[in-house]
Design a protein around this ligand. Structure first.
Ligand SMILES: Cc1ncc(COP(=O)(O)O)c(C=O)c1O
Length: 422
């Protein structure tokens, strides 16, 4: 096998293959192997879709059994036993214990389909077209989701998408007391501010692609309260930081709020394509078949997802995530203290962490260096100024230690190659 085949036949649009230029053949938990037999520790975690690790044995077994008994693979949105078991498990294990009364909608298979659906539903329910999104937000690449995404690299006016979206500063966007929720409330309470009341506000509680920006509990609570007071639908996009990433199943649990609509994807199918929208029952105002599509729900993802959700039967998994996250944080802070000329910030929560550099190109070079030494770690942020930790939540102690060692050695190597004030 030769990597040049992709260069020759696959579209120029391919992305991650450029960061990790090899051919992967096998994967287990947080380790992947390429066609030459070289192993890599996976701190990338399928961009948040592998929270339960690669090829979890229980998930594999459940899928094999389903296939071998000729379980229905494609059912559109007909009822199947696979879907029944998934909904039941999700209700019993995740929603009911949290006192959450939500209907579930299965949408097209990727996160952006969930975002698209949430925006469409909010606009339909409120009969208003404006939506508010935040600086550095990332919500996907179909046109509606792209319109609420910040990064200019993905935008182009000729897509015609920026219509009816107001972009506001995320929490702490300015290093001063300017609070975008206070600002929004003032606009909406002033009938001559020129700002229409929006149908919805869409927000990530931690901006993953945007550079690991963590919204404070106080800001999230204030946002939620304003939405309730002013009859605005609050959509929390939990596609990247839901599914246990922050230690709780949902990332907004720490703020003790219940959004009107929640988008979930990535790890909900343990890495198989599946996306869902959760909505409070009164918001479920769809006509039958009004928002449809061929691939809504995915039988194998139902089977895999229901199996993986068993990890949430007790709070052991949650405790494990918090403990591992603390180790990552401590190590990242120690690395930052060792390289103060290169690292300007460490930020994150639970098992999502970022090391930010103010030196141009530093993090991309670290990512390349780490890849050479057997670690997959991607960058985040508008200019790739953050090295991102998004390993499977199930990563073993050995894999975690080994990955952190490679990362620190890579930072040291890149710093040595780029002396400051030399
Ligand atoms: C917060 C968030 N929303 C939406 C998406 C889009 O999901 P997908 O790439 O599956 O379309 C992503 C993807 O990274 C994301 O992080």
């Amino acid at each position: 096998m030769d990597i040049d085949l992709f260069e020759k036949y696959e579209s120029n649009v391919r992305g991650y293959i450029r960061s990790f230029p090899t051919i992967f053949t096998r994967a287990k938990n947080a380790t992947v192997w390429d066609h030459k037999g070289k192993s890599y520790i996976d701190f990338f975690g399928g961009a948040g879709s592998l929270n339960y690790g690669h090829n979890d044995p229980a998930v594999q077994q459940a899928m094999i059994e389903y296939i071998q008994r000729d379980g229905m693979l494609n059912a559109l949105d007909k009822a199947t036993d696979a879907k029944y078991n998934f909904i039941k498990k999700f209700q019993e294990t995740i929603l009911l214990p949290r006192g959450m009364d939500y209907k579930i909608q299965f949408v097209g298979p990727t996160g952006t389909n969930a975002v698209e659906t949430a925006l469409k539903l909010a606009r339909k329910v409120k009969q208003r077209s404006t939506v508010v999104a935040f600086t550095n937000a990332y919500h996907g690449h179909t046109l509606g989701a792209l319109a609420v995404t910040g990064n200019e690299f993905y935008q182009d006016d000729y897509y015609g998408v920026p219509l009816n979206v107001t972009k506001m500063p995320f929490d702490n966007y300015f290093d001063n007391d300017l609070d975008s929720v206070d600002m929004l409330r003032r606009y909406y309470e002033d009938g001559s501010s020129g700002h229409d009341l929006p149908a919805a506000i869409i927000v990530e509680t931690i901006q993953g692609e945007g550079g690991i920006n963590v919204a404070s509990i106080a800001w999230l609570q204030k946002l939620s309260k304003m939405c309730q007071d002013l009859d605005i639908i609050l959509i929390i996009d939990d596609i990247q930081v839901g599914n246990g990433r922050t230690g709780n199943f949902f990332s907004f649990e720490r703020a003790d709020i219940q959004p009107d609509i929640i988008t979930i994807s990535k790890s909900i199918g343990t890495g198989l394509p599946m996306a869902i929208v959760l909505m409070k029952p009164e918001i479920d105002q769809w006509e039958p078949g009004e928002h449809t599509g061929t691939f809504r729900g995915n039988s194998l993802a139902f089977v895999a997802g229901a199996t993986a959700l068993a990890r949430w039967d007790t709070d052991d998994f949650s405790k494990e995530i918090v403990a591992k996250g603390l180790q990552v944080e401590q190590r990242f802070r120690a690395i930052a203290a060792r390289f103060p000329d290169y690292i300007c910030d460490v930020r994150g929560l639970g098992m999502i962490w970022g090391i930010a550099s103010s030196v141009d190109g530093f993090c991309s070079e670290v990512s390349r260096e780490a890849f050479e030494h057997g670690l997959l770690a991607e960058t985040a942020g508008a200019t790739g100024q953050v090295i991102k930790f998004l390993a499977p939540l199930t990563i073993s102690q050995r894999e975690l230690d080994e990955g952190l060692d490679i990362l620190e050695a890579s930072i040291a190597a890149v710093a040595a190659k780029n002396p400051i004030n030399a």
